[in-house]
Write a protein that binds this ligand. Structure first.
Ligand SMILES: [Zn+2]
Length: 447
């Protein structure tokens, strides 16, 4: 190969007969841009969707952590009799591979619930078309999470695939992974590669916008649109040797310069065992995609889901609205959840409340604010739990999930339960008479 592969050659490559099952001859994935996808991505680029937002704009009220946790749902396809399927050690390794790859990016991943086993011979061994892959990716979808399907065969019209993902603008969402390309010592990189696509990273050799010059002069508008990934002539097992060295001799169309591609970049088609880097530019684009285009996935900690209610608290005597945030872990078994309310008057008493039921905002008599907790409302009213806002005008409470107060006694929070929290606090009416008020409320789906 002496030249980068132009689009026509790419089409030719994709129309080769079905390849053998060896990962070396499998198609890495099916995520080169179509004209419609390229146009959609360009529109998003023009409106700044791939620029990191100002920190103050990110997830207002839920805090701006150093790192956001993206919840994953794993669907493991087995035979109809329940045998086969990716074993638990490999699903666990897949999460490790993802977190190793995205370390330092501001994105972490966690499993948001138990593994969903799909027992189906059709899905296990008879996926042969993109349409069938899309049917699989539409099965048992858990909203608010990245749905990942692991199956034994992942063929489409052009052969066998290692994986297929979804851009933010793709009509069918979710990731499908071939077990033969998942969480293996010789291939820890395909799953992070597909996650990269999920956050709108393109192949480093992406040809649609034109080939990137080897000197990088057109990097902002060509190739993968990320400037710190050098031009990539479309790496492959024929141009990267077993020592992870580039052996290609292609020259670019701009100045017939030689390429110096990154053989270790996750978004290339280099050898799978060689890929272990996202550049800072790729990390920033992925984080911007998460915050701007998939913000429902940007959780402050690992949980099955987080939502707010009573989102417009009544302003208090200092003209502020009390905002509740949570940090720690939504894993019930970790028992590590901290509630913090800001925007309080100074030196007032507050008591956190909980309930497994949320209702429409309701103003109790004698209060200036609204409560959104319904049903059985528990109170953290033990002496060690009652809060005082002091000069910082904040009240924190570290919860003990093993002894959660309810009107019927203490209970343990367990995985799968929804619990809502809200702060009641003392306040003064405009005429100085004593009243009370409430923060907004947060509901957490524990995992
Ligand atoms: Zn890809």
């Amino acid at each position: 190969m002496s030249q980068p592969i132009p689009c026509l050659a790419l089409t030719f490559l994709l129309t080769l007969p079905a390849s053998a099952s060896s990962p070396q001859t499998q198609h890495e994935c099916a995520m080169d841009l179509s004209p419609q996808e390229a146009a959609a991505a360009w529109r998003q680029k023009l409106r700044g969707a791939y620029e990191l937002p100002e920190p103050t704009l990110a997830r207002e009220g839920l805090g701006t952590p150093d790192s956001y946790v993206v919840p994953l749902t794993f669907h493991v396809v087995r035979r109809s009799d329940g045998t086969g399927g990716l074993p638990p050690a490999r699903t666990a390794q897949a999460v490790i591979d993802a977190n190793n790859a995205f370390a330092g990016s501001g994105i972490e991943f966690c499993l948001a619930g138990p593994i969903d086993y799909i027992d189906s011979d059709e899905f296990y061994s008879e996926i042969n078309t993109l349409n069938e892959i899309d049917v699989l990716r539409s099965t048992n979808v858990v909203p608010g999470t990245v749905n990942v399907y692991f199956t034994e065969t992942l063929d489409y019209e052009q052969g066998s695939l290692c994986g297929i993902s979804a851009f933010t603008f793709s009509p069918v969402q979710g990731i499908a992974m071939n077990n033969a390309c998942t969480a293996l010592p010789e291939n820890p990189s395909t799953f992070p590669h597909e996650l990269g696509h999920y956050f709108d990273l393109l192949h480093t050799h992406e040809p649609f916008y034109g080939f990137e010059c080897a000197d990088g002069s057109n990097c902002a508008d060509a190739g993968d649109l990320v400037c710190d990934t050098p031009a990539d002539p479309r790496l492959g097992y024929d141009t990267v040797n077993e020592l992870c060295e580039y052996t290609g001799v292609a020259t670019d169309f701009c100045n017939t310069d030689s390429f110096t591609p990154m053989v270790d970049n996750y978004m290339s088609y280099s050898r799978k065992e060689c890929r272990d880097i996202f550049t800072q530019g790729q990390r920033d684009r992925a984080l911007a995609t998460l915050l701007n285009l998939r913000s429902e996935l940007a959780l402050p900690f690992c949980a099955g889901g987080i939502s707010k209610s009573c989102t417009f608290p009544v302003p208090n005597s200092v003209g502020a609205t009390a905002q509740l945030s949570v940090t720690g872990s939504g894993l019930a078994a970790e028992n590590s959840l901290l509630l913090r309310t800001r925007g309080l008057p100074q030196n007032v008493l507050g008591i956190y409340l909980n309930s497994q039921t949320v209702r429409d905002p309701f103003r109790p008599s004698g209060s200036a604010g609204n409560i959104c907790l319904g049903g059985q409302v528990g109170r953290y009213s033990a002496p060690s739990q009652v809060g005082f806002s002091g000069p910082s005008a904040e009240i924190e409470l570290q919860l003990d999930l093993s002894a959660t107060p309810t009107p019927l006694g203490f209970v343990m929070v367990t995985a799968g339960q929804d619990w809502a929290f809200q702060l009641w606090y003392r306040d003064a009416a405009p005429d100085g008479t004593a009243t009370s008020n409430f923060s907004d409320a947060i509901t957490i789906t524990f995992i």
